[in-house]
Design a protein around this ligand. Structure first.
Ligand SMILES: [Zn+2]
Ligand SMILES: [Zn+2]
Length: 280
C-alpha cells in the first residue's frame, strides 16, 4: 500500500507524526509520504517513526499556490529538506498564512464576532514551522460557542463567498513548480478533481509540472479514469494518496485508504532521478 498524501499537526491534520505512522503501520502502508501544507516540519519526525516500522518514507510537501484567486495545491516529492531556498520560500508562505488568518479574524469582528487573534495564532508563534489556516479560526468559533461544528464555521463564515472570507495571496503555480525542482523534487498537481480547472493543466505541463494526483479519496472512478487518460495524453507521472487528516469532517478515513499502484510510484522515482525537469 503506497500513500503519498497525508497531513499531521504540523498543518491542519489532527494527529501527530507518531500517531500518523502508527495508523499507517496498522493499515499496512509500505510507502508513506507526509505532505503538510507549506511546511516540512513534520517530515523528520515521520521519517524517524517510519524506519523502525519498516515503512519507506518519502519527503513531501503540499504547497498552496494561487491563480486567479483560486488555491492550487501542488505536491512536491523527494524534496531536499535542507534546501535553504525552499525553507525560505515556505517560511514566507507561512507568514502570508498568518496575515490572512488575522485579516479573517478582523473581518469577523466587523460582524460582531470577537475572537482572540493572538491566542488563535499562538501555536504558529510558538513553532514557526506550523502552518496556520482557516481550521484554527473554525475551532475557535466552535470553542467560543459561535457555531456548533467546524463545518458550520466554514459554511457560515469562512468559505469563499462567506462574510469573513479573505482571498489568499501567494506564489503562482509556475513558481511553485520551480521551487520544488530547485529542491530536487517532483511536482504533482494535487486532487485536480477538486480544483476543477482541467483547462489549466496543459499550461502547467509547459511550465514544468511533472505529475498529477490521479488517485485521491475524493476522486470517484470516473474522475480517476479521466485523470489517468489526461496523464497519458500529457506524458505525466501519476501520484496518489488518501489526504488523511485524522478529521472526520476533512479527508479520508484512514491512511492507506487510497493506494498508488507500484508501477506509478516507480515512475515517480525515475522522474526524481532525472532531476524532475523532464517527463519520461
Ligand atoms: Zn489539498
Ligand atoms: Zn492535502
Amino acid at each position: 500500500m503506497i500513500d503519498l498524501h497525508t497531513h499531521t499537526t504540523a498543518s491542519d491534520g489532527r494527529c501527530t507524526p507518531k500517531e500518523l505512522v502508527a495508523h499507517a503501520a496498522r493499515a499496512g502502508v509500505s510507502v508513506l509520504s507526509v505532505t503538510d501544507h507549506d511546511t516540512i516540519s513534520g517530515c523528520d519526525a515521520v521519517a524517524a517513526e517510519c524506519a523502525p516500522a519498516g515503512i519507506e518514507f518519502v519527503a513531501g510537501i503540499e504547497i498552496t499556490a494561487v491563480r486567479v484567486v483560486t488555491d492550487v495545491h501542488v505536491l512536491g516529492y523527494f524534496i531536499d529538506r535542507g534546501s535553504p531556498a525552499l525553507l525560505d520560500f515556505l517560511a514566507a508562505q507561512r507568514r502570508q498564512r498568518i496575515d490572512r488568518v488575522r485579516l479573517m479574524i478582523d473581518r469577523l469582528a466587523d460582524f460582531g464576532v470577537r475572537l482572540d487573534a493572538d491566542a488563535i495564532l499562538q501555536p504558529g508563534v510558538a513553532d514557526t514551522g506550523k502552518a496556520a489556516g482557516r481550521p484554527w479560526i473554525a475551532r475557535a468559533l466552535v470553542a467560543g460557542g459561535h457555531v456548533k461544528t467546524t463545518n458550520e464555521a466554514f459554511d457560515r463564515w469562512l468559505s469563499r463567498g462567506r462574510p469573513a472570507f479573505v482571498p489568499r495571496v501567494g506564489a503562482m503555480p509556475e513558481e511553485v513548480f520551480t521551487r520544488i525542482h530547485e529542491a530536487g523534487g517532483v511536482a504533482s498537481l494535487a486532487h485536480p478533481g477538486l480544483l476543477g480547472c482541467d483547462q489549466w493543466i496543459s499550461g502547467f505541463v509547459t511550465a514544468g509540472l511533472d505529475a498529477i494526483e490521479v488517485y485521491h479519496s475524493r476522486h470517484d472512478s470516473d474522475a480517476t479514469v479521466r485523470y489517468q487518460q489526461l496523464a497519458a495524453r500529457h506524458n505525466l507521472g501519476i501520484s496518489g494518496g488518501s489526504d488523511y487528516h485524522a478529521d472526520e469532517h476533512h479527508g479520508a478515513g484512514g491512511p492507506g485508504s487510497v493506494s498508488l499502484p507500484r508501477d506509478d510510484f516507480d515512475r515517480l522515482v525515475r522522474l526524481k532521478r532525472q532531476g524532475g525537469f523532464t517527463n519520461v
